[in-house]
Design a protein around this ligand. Structure first.
Ligand code: M6R
Length: 607
């Protein structure tokens, strides 16, 4: 995905755009660029690399413009390069355009434009769209954008400026978020409100197939067929503090430390029927209770949370659940009928694979439930009912607090469903509620292992591989620990069910292989201890996560991280925290860019 930002008003646009791009960099950071209108000319500046590189180049040659567009890119079509960076212009240099999304029929449109004599200088689908807008631009910019988007297939949020209409931004969206910020005599557009939150918290959310014409005098939104649409103005719920590092070195670290608060926010009012936020849980329960089949679907970290959800719903509520990667779900012709419930889990609420799976399930008659973090996101709009995890903005590319908050919501669902199905009796439910209420404090204690984890990280930062082992509920935690390690430290890591190790991965173990074993004192403890023995016998180096006071593991493990005692259902949350910290400290030790790891973007809006 990419980040887009725009400004029109009475101030110098470039610094506003650069600050906005800085806040959107989590969405893509392989190149960036801005377009301005200065003395009736389009000025376009682009740089490969980070927004900081663009800022430095602009400092060398300052600009003065009251309008502009900015873009930070995550490459889809065409390598990351200055040439492929946005904004793109048409051949006549009459318009500049920024785009987030994919134009699926770009090849056919390009062929048509080539036959009309247009020339292309980049390998992007976006340049095709810029030329198409230019092709349709006779007198009115909005008409040109409308004519162009009516010809394209695919997903987009775009914004266009033209010196012939020097105060106007024309913006349009289909399937990719685009928000308009309303200031005093000035307006902003962006992929995410974070880009302009320091200027205004009043917003209009553009919806699919709408086109907005934005000038310092106001906003006019119309449908594809030109009819005017009256839009509601709303107030952004998040504040500046939530989108700043607040003294932490990285967003990832801030978000790891935010977990006790986020867990509290996820559970607030939802533990007991009648709680203030219990309503969505109750509605979802009635769907789940009557379901013929339940699927949980998601990608990446959210898929790991779904796997934990499967264990929880089966063990605590006694209902059968299948978990599917969203990217695979619709290609395997899943059995779906009108009584099927599909639960889609997504932090961003904009992951293309997850949205496509939801769409397919819906078309086949399923009831679709979203577990999302972002209010008003595409996942929540596509769901019959949404449960919000309420974690607050997550900016670090590696998911941390959203994972534990997703698991929290799944625990609450399993508990409530277990009470309904009768699998969880009143006493067990009360015990569980008590343990859940104590969880934020336990998460704090889990954070207390940070010093020890940092020391361990220093010893292992030169490792080439890591193995993560867990059983039952903690197997997905092993997967998540390995994913964190891979994505931010670029060290190869694999997660395995501990007992599966002897069916293959054991061949990898020697004195250089760190093996992280998640071994709480639950009913698989004895078995995982045997697996740890197997690693030890092959001279593997063991980092064990276990319950407070456990001495059994001390003789075997090289490092023992003790976590607070809790019920087994909650252990994945406590165990995830030191694993996040381990990946974090290794990446910092290796001097890597923790918040913006290479090749990744916070949200993947392409399939
Ligand atoms: O926003 P989503 O939860 O739908 O994102 C799904 C994955 O792209 C995401 O969890 C990704 O795996 C994380 N960045 C991993 O830390």
């Amino acid at each position: 995905m990419c980040g887009i930002v725009g400004y029109t008003g009475g101030r110098n646009a470039a610094p506003i755009l650069l600050a906005g791009l800085g806040r959107l960099e989590y969405r893509g950071y392989d190149s960036s660029g801005i377009a301005l209108i200065q003395n009736d000319n389009l000025i376009v500046r682009k740089k490969q690399g980070k927004v900081e590189d663009l800022r430095l180049s602009l400092e060398r040659e300052p600009t003065a413009s009251l309008i502009g567009l900015g873009h930070t890119r995550w490459a889809t079509h065409g390598v990351p390069s200055e040439q492929n960076a946005h904004p793109h212009v048409d051949n006549a240099n009459r318009i500049a355009l920024i785009h987030n999304g994919i134009i699926e029929n770009h090849a056919a449109i390009k062929e048509f434009l080539l036959s009309e004599g247009y020339q292309f200088y980049t390998s992007t689908d976006t340049e095709v769209l810029a030329q198409l807008v230019g092709h349709h631009f006779h007198a009115n910019l909005a008409d040109a954008v409308r004519a162009a988007v009516n010809q394209v297939e695919g997903s987009y949020s775009i914004a266009v400026i033209a010196p012939e209409d020097p105060l106007t931004i024309v913006a349009a969206r289909n399937g990719i978020p685009l928000i308009i910020g309303i200031g005093e005599g000035e307006y902003f557009i962006a992929s995410d409100t974070a880009a302009f939150l320091e200027h205004t918290n009043q917003i209009i959310t553009l919806e699919d197939h709408e086109i907005a014409v934005i000038t310092p005098a106001g906003v006019n939104v119309s449908a594809a067929g030109q009819q005017h649409i009256r839009k509601e103005i709303s107030t952004v719920a998040s504040n500046l503090e939530q989108i700043e590092k607040n003294g932490f070195e990285h967003f990832m670290l801030k978000e790891i430390y935010d977990q006790p608060r986020a867990l509290e926010a996820a559970m607030r009012g939802r533990i007991d029927p009648g709680g203030i936020n219990y309503h969505e849980i109750e509605v979802v329960l009635s769907y789940l209770e009557n379901a013929s089949r339940i699927y949980l679907t998601a990608c990446g970290t959210s898929w790991h949370a779904a796997l934990i959800g499967e264990y929880l719903l089966e063990q605590i509520a006694g209902v059968a659940v299948e978990v599917e990667y969203a990217s695979e779900f619709r290609y395997r012709q899943p059995l779906i009928d009108k009584k099927t419930v599909v639960v889609a889990i997504s932090q961003s609420g904009e992951t293309a694979d997850t949205l496509a799976a939801m769409k397919m399930a819906k078309e086949q008659g399923a009831m679709v439930i979203g577990i999302a973090n972002t209010v008003g996101s595409s996942v929540s709009l596509a769901s019959d009912e949404t449960i919000y995890i309420n974690a607050g903005p997550e900016i670090g590319v590696a998911s941390t607090k959203s994972f534990t908050s997703q698991v929290m919501v799944l625990i609450l669902l399993a508990k409530a469903l277990g009470e309904r199905t009768g699998r969880l009796d009143a006493r067990a439910a009360a015990n569980m509620a008590q343990a859940i209420e104590a969880l934020p404090e336990m998460a704090n204690a889990s954070l207390g292992t940070a010093g020890q984890v940092q020391e361990i990280a220093a010893q292992f930062e030169r490792s080439r591989d890591f193995l993560y082992l867990g059983r039952g509920l903690n197997f997905p935690v092993a997967l998540e620990g390995a994913l964190k390690m891979k994505e931010i430290s670029y060290i190869h890591a694999e997660g395995y069910p501990a007992a599966e190790m002897k069916h293959g991965p054991i061949a990898l173990i020697d004195e250089n292989m760190p093996v992280v074993c998640i071994a709480p004192r639950d009913d698989t403890y004895g078995k995982i201890l045997s697996n740890i023995q197997e690693v030890k016998a092959r001279r593997g180096r063991i980092i064990a996560l276990t319950s407070e006071g456990d001495k059994g593991i001390n003789k075997l493990a090289d490092h023992v991280i003790q976590l607070p005692e809790t019920i087994p259902a909650l252990y994945p949350i406590l165990a995830a925290i030191p694993l996040q910290l381990l990946a974090y400290h290794i990446a910092v030790g290796l001097d890597l860019d923790v918040d913006q790891p290479r090749n990744l973007a916070k949200c993947v809006t392409v399939e």
